[in-house]
Design a binder for this molecule. Structure first.
Ligand SMILES: [Zn+2]
Length: 668
């Protein structure tokens, strides 16, 4: 049986007498699965070693009778009060030295051995108990790892763990001193025990190399915390899958690394946040990029473990989704590679911090508009989802996404507004507007399968990457690099080997003679007849074989090339020495897409997104109308409408099918 749709369910919040009704209502709307227990540590272990799984067994039995399967979460995101009372050292210490207290969630230090002992015990007890339950399909370890840990833990345990991580990486303190450049400001260490965490109590800024390694260490720590539980579950419950609910562009954990120990990736998709300012609604291109990153982590379809099912909120609320939007967002997740969608949550909770994080059912438990909308959506999509299960949509272009580059630029953003994710989104938006699929890659994959690769902000020259990208271009690939490329080595020290952009200067046919941080100003630029603004940064480029695609117009940098293009081997390499406004980005992407021969899925009106998935025998095309007014899409007759039509209502979606005539491409 394939799983298509689920709900996040908290039976412990409701009287047992209600559970049969819940199961029946779920079944009637087409729900195949629930996720449970990821915050229920105290209900399962009320004192050390005193386990009670009877309530969960009962819930699982009721659901199983309705044909509903289960994913269980290990509950380590919410250690109960009795654990904190017994081991208060588990509480994390923030960068200002403040000990965080019990009362929210994730009030834990993930390097703390006492906490690890508790975590291993509950994970093992759960896995042993549920290993033989046929309707328990798999596990989610913890919940949104890294969430609530923005201010990384600086406790003594974490400092010692950081020092041990450094010792394993550098071997000797002399090597660390050399590679971090600790001669600066007399920071040379005699011993690893002297190395601090980059806490906020420093008189001023810490060494950038220390900062970068601290971010790498913390990502590794969170992954190691995850993998310890994964190993226990693999041993105790070998027939059940392991996944984790990731959070799109969340930047504390290298998701490419975390994904290695998962059977498949899961993701939490909340188009309408509540705390974001000024606009809590994410634009469709950003939503698409989050989903495409999830597909890119393993180059495979994923699950959405939490799909928004109502207005979100804690103490303040986001806007209520308009009629149609919940179904539209569900279709968008599936279009971009979700094989199953689990809605958060089943029923709006009457207690606790998330009273206003609304579920499918309102507080009173009576099915209403959200229930009916999603029931209809499930009835439409469920019958076709097996046709493209396991396959993505295919893409000819890719975006090289790097956690380490992002971290290095978080340490030193150069310009106050320079942001790795925003810079990356500039490209994603232009591809999204054109309905040209753009896959996310780490750079370790087979690069030659893509006609065009965009590798933004390659600030750090990470080992081997320049050689791989150079070979890719010489072999016929088209490559786009941007400002601040090749500036640093992997240890976050400035490069001295030749002119910028370092190892790419020859490939690109340019040298960067100087640069200018565009504080409180921007430069006018003309690119093939389009005039727009370049912002944040300006590389002063000298052409050494490349030609200028765009130049400054007037201002401090009038006449200087800012976008360049060069042939290299049988490929082509572009450099963009600034951040382009949308008009210039559009012009550039039109040029690069045409040169690389990238195919669009078709033209569409603004706000109407086209996304493809490929099945074994046919292609499927989703048309997603993100606007509050009707829209039409013109598609060739070969596309047969199987859901909806070429005329879409406000916030509506349609699905089209076309028999494949060409041989099946390798799934991306
Ligand atoms: Zn700690």
């Amino acid at each position: 049986m394939s799983i298509h749709f689920g709900v996040d369910y908290y039976p412990e919040h409701w009287p047992m007498a209600r559970w049969e009704t819940d199961a029946r209502l779920m079944r009637e709307m087409g729900i195949d699965l629930v996720r449970m227990a990821e915050f229920s540590w105290q209900k399962m272990e009320s004192a050390e070693g005193t386990f009670d799984f009877a309530w969960l067994d009962r819930s699982i039995e009721i659901l199983a009778r309705a044909g509903i399967r289960v994913v269980l979460g290990t509950p380590t995101a919410s250690p109960p009060a009795w654990i904190i009372q017994a081991n208060p050292e588990i509480l994390p210490l923030d960068s200002r030295g403040v000990r965080r207290g019990f009362g929210g969630r994730h009030h834990d230090c993930q390097s703390n051995e006492a906490y690890r002992v508790h975590a291993r015990r509950i994970a093992q007890a759960m896995a042993r108990h549920f290993a033989s339950k046929p309707s328990v399909l798999g596990w989610q370890i913890d919940n949104e790892l890294g969430n609530s840990h923005h201010d990384l833990c600086h406790c003594e345990s974490c400092r010692h763990a950081f020092q041990a991580w450094l010792r394993a990486k550098y071997g000797t303190i002399a090597e660390l001193n050399r590679r971090w450049g600790t001669v600066f400001w007399s920071q040379t260490y005699d011993d690893f025990a002297q190395v601090p965490t980059p806490a906020a109590n420093a008189v001023n800024a810490h060494n950038p190399s220390l900062h970068l390694d601290w971010k790498r260490f913390h990502s590794d720590l969170i992954i190691e915390f995850h993998d310890e539980q994964a190993a226990i579950i693999r041993r105790e419950a070998p027939g059940q899958f392991i996944t984790h609910n990731l959070m799109g562009f969340f930047d504390l954990v290298d998701y490419f690394k975390l994904a290695r120990s998962l059977d498949f990736v899961s993701h939490d998709q909340y188009p309408m946040g509540f705390f974001d300012r000024p606009q809590p609604m994410k634009d469709p291109a950003t939503l698409a990029a989050h989903l495409d990153l999830m597909a890119g982590l393993k180059g495979a379809p994923f699950w959405v473990m939490e799909q928004q099912a109502g207005p979100t909120g804690w103490s303040i609320l986001g806007k209520t989704p308009r009629p149609g939007q919940l179904a539209l967002w569900t279709a968008q997740s599936i279009a971009h590679g979700a094989d199953a969608v689990v809605f958060f949550r089943w029923r709006s909770c009457t207690v606790g911090t998330e009273q206003y994080w609304h579920g499918i059912l309102p507080h009173n438990g009576l099915p209403g508009r959200r229930y009916e909308e999603l029931k209809a959506c499930i009835a439409q999509l469920s019958p076709v989802m097996d046709d493209f299960r396991g396959c993505l949509g295919g893409s000819e272009a890719a975006l090289l996404f790097s956690y380490e580059q992002n971290w290095a630029l978080e340490v030193q953003p150069h310009h106050p507004d320079l942001d790795y994710l925003q810079h990356t989104m500039g490209f994603c938006r232009a591809f999204h507007e054109r309905n040209i699929p753009l896959a996310f890659i780490s750079g370790s994959e087979d690069l030659a399968r893509h006609r065009l690769i965009i590798a933004p902000l390659l600030f750090l020259d990470l080992p081997g990457l320049a050689a791989r990208l150079t070979a890719y271009v010489r072999g016929g690939g088209h490559l786009v690099l941007t400002m601040r490329t090749g500036v640093k080595d992997q240890d976050n020290l400035c490069q001295t080997e030749g002119p910028l952009p370092g190892p790419y200067a020859e490939l690109l046919g340019i040298e960067i003679l100087d640069y200018d941080c565009l504080r409180d100003c921007e430069e006018r630029v003309e690119c093939e007849g389009t005039v727009g603004a370049a912002r944040l940064w300006w590389d002063v480029i000298e052409l050494r074989g490349a030609r200028a695609l765009a130049r400054g117009r007037g201002g401090d940098h009038g006449g200087e090339p800012i976008i360049t293009e060069a042939e290299a081997g049988s490929g082509r390499a572009y450099y963009i020495g600034s951040e382009l406004d949308p008009a210039l980005m559009s012009r550039f992407v039109d040029h690069a897409a045409k040169a690389a021969g990238l195919a669009s899925l078709g033209p569409s009106a603004e706000g109407l997104e086209l996304v493809r998935r490929r099945g074994a025998e046919a292609d499927y095309l989703f048309a997603l109308n993100h606007r509050g007014e009707g829209a039409s899409v013109a598609l060739p007759p070969a596309w047969e409408a199987i859901i909806g039509s070429r005329d879409l209502p406000p916030y509506g979606f349609s699905l089209f099918r076309s028999e494949r005539t060409e041989p099946r491409p390798r799934p991306h």
